[in-house]
Design a protein around this ligand. Sequence first.
Ligand code: FAD
Length: 461
Amino acid sequence: MAARNETVAVIGGGLVGCLAALGLARKGYPVTVFEMRGDPRNDVAKQGSLRSINLAVSDRGIRALKYVDEAMAYRVLEDIIPMTGRMIHDLAGNQESQQYGLYGEAINSIDRRQLNIRLLEECENINKELGKTMVDLRFHSKLDDLKMGEKVTIISNGESFQFDFIVGCDGAYSATRSKLQKHVRMNYKQEYIDTCYVELSIPAGPNGEFLIDANHLHIWPRHEFMLIALANHDRSFTSTFFGPWGLVEKNLDTGAKALEFFKSQFPDALKIIGHERIVSAFDNHPRGALMQVNCDPYHFSDKAILLGDAAHSMVPFYGQGMNCGFEDVRILLTLLDESSSGRSAAFEKYTELRKDDLKAILKLALDNYKEMSHKVVSPWFLLRKKVDALLCRTLGDRWLPLYTMVSFRGDIGYAEAIRREELHERILKKLEFGALAAVIFGLSRLVPLTVWDRVIKRLLN
Ligand code: FAD
């Protein structure tokens, strides 16, 4: 590792900020992390905040962790629970497994807080390993202001600090982003969607067992709303209810109403969650809002760059927010390495390279709500999955299902995944038309011409 002279500030010590700090430190940059909250390691009892306490890590996230440090990736991913498919729960309580991949590929459930803590510990490990402070973690240190000059000046807690450049990883409501907007003509869009979420939990069974299969992402799709559950290491499940704000505010505003709703809509889930938990969750848990943020460009000269939710907050339905943020880190580090014409060129290339992919994943994430809550029970969707599986087995990489490209093939950009899927759709439409034409042609040879004429006339009238 070559030591560098440039100093870096990472704003935000969340998931993406920690990985960015680790990656930059591994490349020789001394990093200071400014995190507005306290150190989560000092508050072991506190379980998360508004956000879901587990999330799905998949190929893009794992690739990025390994790119930064392979041994570290294995350490932080030690407790993942692989989920090889969706388990669909119908109203009658029947369960149907839909595998994600053809060859047992899995997305993985991981405890968000644990992952954050492990990444913070890795930031300290690197200091021990190198015998000097490469990552200086500063908690209770909010970015209050920043000034651009020869160096970037950060104001936090009334003190000022100077760095050669900053990396904004301070989440969807990023202060770095709003400060940068004064310096760069940044397009910016924030959009709330009409879906609210409420967190619930399914406890472990009486003998400490999982009450439903741990290796599936469980979905109770009910078209306008849905319930999902992901396994935790302690054999409980984190479950999340998603539904329109109108429904939640009018019909699920109290625990008692929610209980009646669950009795009619999710009777099997209610059995394992328990009446008290439902009542308590809907009486006490906050209602989470979901929004999308997109901006462009992501950088300002060679002074600042935005990664993770600060640049592209997305709805959680493809399980890609963190994975995509980790991918941002890998791509930025690669470009910094490759650029012979300096950091400014690397940042510019980053914006250019990433723009289409980030727009694409925002769209994919939004569209996937329909898939999870509704399409997964549609015969057409299931038929399409079968056709995809057949073609993928025959044609290999030349026909990859969209889910496979997004979740298991980090070597394929999100925009390229959409492009290929659109091509597949067009081909299948042509084949459907071809098949229909072949059937008509076949019938026309079998049926006497006079009968055929009558059939056609009747159809046309
Ligand atoms: P954050 O996690 O928001 O971290 C930002 C950090 O910056 C925080 O620690 C914050 O305290 C700090 N900060 C903020 N402002 C300042 C400031 N002014 N100064 C200093 N520090 C500051 N993604 C997946 O990949 N898979 C999933 O399965 C998945 N499930 C999800 C389920 C739900 C319900 C939700 C809401 C999201 C889900 N996501 C998932 C998305 C994922 O949570 C985010 O994409 C990810 O947390 C983004 O990480 P980040 O570090 O960019 O931002």
